[in-house]
Design a protein around this ligand. Structure first.
Ligand SMILES: *Cc1c(COP(=O)(O)O)cnc(C)c1O
Length: 393
């Protein structure tokens, strides 16, 4: 079947042709002054992308590698970390922390709202011995569609007067949701290349505050490749990447950063994602007027601009997902965790997109609903109306 394949998964996301082309450049010596200048230029720009980082570590791995790097560089085995249970990614992070030998405090699980800062404040206030060394918060929880209010989380930590590091999983929020490390006193943001940055998987980032760098110096956890401190040193670029630099990925990142800058910068990117999210929410509300469809996150203000998780009620989601993909070439994510497996789908609205791509994907989903005889109201036209109402001519 011809035509474009619509990647509407919440990662990996669409890769613009310009970014793909950047990968097609031949190998160069990593000590080549032009490559070093390109890498230094990217490095110099990254802190502002995170809203004011003190140092950036660039890792040739996926987001999980940046999680592991963050834990082993800031916590010692036997020490305690707080990781709220608000969806799959929080749970995986907690499992990793346990497997690495850390004590993990979790909150009672829920999947239809973000973590409540008041709950975190209570846990921290009760921890008078300051056993908790880090609070690890998933910003956009990609499995549920929730976004955590990081400013409120910072205020909650301050109200408990607790010294724990504030660590944020920004894998699915960088470039999509406001992320202000400096203003919100965030110590580490973990991010990856294949979501808002419009690249393939393979690069990840730890953006660090001065406090995180300081903690890193005193933490004795065994580590080598994922250690931060050798990567701070001036000197051979080989060491700053912990091995051979990912040369083509750096070319592609340069291009992705240029594209974000050329389209109005990070604030414009955030605004675009909000519009797309509103259109998808309108579509789901339209479908819901004639069927069991429901946005998983109940409160509109708790919904991320990156992805919408749609519950399918008593309808098995699998055939809708496979019909949309195999017949109409629209790929969306499936429902995650025992709570939503087979009973939800997730529409990503992040990365390299425009209105017709989004409408194409929503139209493909709606056509699949019709083909399968699934009850639904008019979603596509509601999305058109939403986009039209917020468009600048
Ligand atoms: C995608 C994602 C991850 C995992 O990233 P990988 O690159 O697959 O390791 C972690 N956290 C969140 C919130 C994500 O969306």
């Amino acid at each position: 079947m011809g035509g474009r394949y619509f990647v509407q998964n919440p990662g990996p996301t669409n890769i613009p042709d310009r970014v793909l082309e950047a990968f097609r450049r031949p190998a160069v010596d990593f000590a080549d002054p032009d490559f070093i200048a390109l890498a230094e230029g990217v490095w110099a720009e990254l802190p502002e992308l995170f809203g004011g980082a003190d140092k950036i570590v660039v890792l040739t791995t996926v987001g999980h590698g940046a999680w592991e790097s963050t834990l082993t560089n800031t916590v010692e085995p036997g020490e305690t970390v707080l990781i709220p249970d608000c969806g799959l990614f929080g749970r995986r992070w907690a499992r990793m922390a346990r497997d690495l030998g850390y004590e993990v405090v979790m909150t009672e699980g829920h999947i239809r709202r973000p973590t409540d800062p008041a709950e975190i404040a209570d846990i921290l206030a009760a921890d008078t011995a300051h056993r908790i060394k880090c609070v690890c918060i998933v910003h956009t929880e990609t499995s549920t569609g929730a976004v955590t209010d990081l400013a409120a989380m910072r205020a909650a930590m301050d109200s408990a007067d607790h010294p724990a590091l504030f660590i944020v999983d920004g894998v699915c929020s960088l470039g999509i949701e406001p992320l202000r490390m400096r203003d919100w006193g965030i110590d580490v943001v973990v991010a990856a290349s294949q979501k808002g940055l419009m690249m393939p998987p393979g690069l990840s980032f730890c953006a660090l505050s001065e406090r995180a760098v300081e903690r890193n110096r005193s933490v004795a956890t065994p580590r080598f490749h994922l250690a931060w401190e050798p990567r701070f040193e001036e000197g051979p670029i080989y060491n700053r990447f912990g091995g051979t630099p990912p040369i083509q990925h750096m070319f592609a990142l340069r291009t992705a950063l240029d594209m974000i800058a050329e389209t109005g910068g990070i604030d414009a990117s955030i605004a675009r994602h909000r519009r797309w999210a509103a259109a998808v929410h309108a579509a789901v509300d339209g479908w819901a007027s004639g069927g069991p469809w429901e946005i998983n996150i109940t409160e509109p203000k708790h919904r991320t601009a990156a992805i919408t998780c749609v519950r399918t009620g008593d309808i098995a989601a699998g055939s809708l997902i496979s019909t949309a993909r195999d017949r109409f070439r629209v790929s969306v994510g499936s429902g995650m965790m025992a709570e939503m497996e087979g009973r939800a789908f997730r529409v990503g609205h992040l990365g390299d997109l425009n209105e017709p791509m989004l409408l194409g994907a929503l139209g493909g989903l709606e056509t699949a609903m019709a083909v399968l005889g699934l009850p639904h109201g008019h979603g596509l036209s509601a999305a058109v109306a939403s986009l039209a109402a917020t468009a600048r001519p």
